[in-house]
Design a protein around this ligand. Sequence first.
Ligand code: SF4
Ligand code: SF4
Length: 378
Amino acid sequence: MQNLPLIQIDESKCTLCYACVRSCPTKAITTLSNSDKIVINHDRCISCGNCYISCGPKAISYQKSYDKLAKHLNSNKKSIAIVDPSIASEFPDILDYRNFVGMIRALGFDFVNEISFGADLVAIKYKELLDNFKGKYFITTSCPPVYEYIEKFQPNIIDSLAGIDSHMTATAKVMREIHGKTPVIVAITPCLAHKKEILRNKDLINEVIGFEELRTMFNNNNVYENSVEFSEFDQPIGFKGSLFPISEGILDAAGIDCSVSDSNIITREGPENFKKNISDFAICNEIKQNLNLYFCNGCIMGPCSSHRSSYLTNRSLQTNFYKKRVKLIDQKELQKNIDKFINLDFSRSFIVNDQRISPPAKDKIEKVLKLLGKETHD
Ligand code: SF4
Ligand code: SF4
């Protein structure tokens, strides 16, 4: 993964429909001049996965981790799967989540943990940040394309990023605290950008696989729901962190006021207004609220999931999963675990990586206008 770019185009499948060019929020995809070839400028890419989703002929793919994962699982190191709570909307076909946990163990993992526990810890950090208001407003940093876009295209507001770990990273830090440096940690998520996020802290998470890859692994290894016994997630078990895949879920988990009248944070999601929301936050002095922002319509609609046909269905599956699980939570055990890990360092920093393109000089514009026979601006 480190050597090859995350997103690739197979020229032989490309029909030059330009859907990817139109869908890319950062203009990272272009055509070469005098050529019919589509190319990606990887420096400008924020790993949102929009091009992958929009390519009808499936000419665009992302780098898969099957070989690396097989190597890890065949090594003599212990292995830990940390699983995003959006499994609920990805695997509605698996009726009991305990079968799902059993299936992951059947692939060879020694431990199967919930990323929702890290989400619970991160939620507490957001509550502290918002409660400790000192006049400055923040943008949440759970969604990698959000902070990568700001690092590359709005570096002037980089200090507005909240500086709190993603729920995936927070969970991995808890795992390292429990199990030490040696075990292999593999995150299973719907987020393509998580594959890039792990490169920022190479000692923490060894591999990220998307839900689509997990499905393929189940099929290739003949692991089915009815071929495994029920199995519970390993401790520490998560609580309201199960709601994180819905964009407002972070606020619910943190006990942050979401009411229209009193809340000091606005949730926005989806690729359509993604850039506009960021630029408004950057330039509008009238905005006196924090911004809880996501590129996708919540992680339930992440690009590495195979069930993106109905937002409402996914959202409903996610809340039902939470409601089912919450009845099983041992609150005393939960609090004990939160007390044990809440003082780990979940802070993070961001680095300006300016990829903005300066507008062309006036004389160049005039030259082009002249070539087009438009020498006047009317
Ligand atoms: S992943 Fe997103 S940013 Fe990167 S090339 Fe595709 S559409 Fe553009
Ligand atoms: S969306 Fe796919 S087929 Fe269309 S131009 Fe892009 S890579 Fe080619």
